[in-house]
Design a protein around this ligand. Sequence first.
Ligand SMILES: [Zn+2]
Length: 43
Amino acid sequence: MYCDKCKAKMVEMGRSYHKQRKWICPRCRRVRMQRQRTKPKNR
Ligand SMILES: [Zn+2]
């Protein structure tokens, strides 16, 4: 995952937050959330 602003590679933070992955940019310190991939439920 790359930062939108400076295109730097973001670092994943240790703990997930609300089932979302937390990524932080080492350059601009921008925090970004990413939804964890879940399998779609088919029924
Ligand atoms: Zn950035």
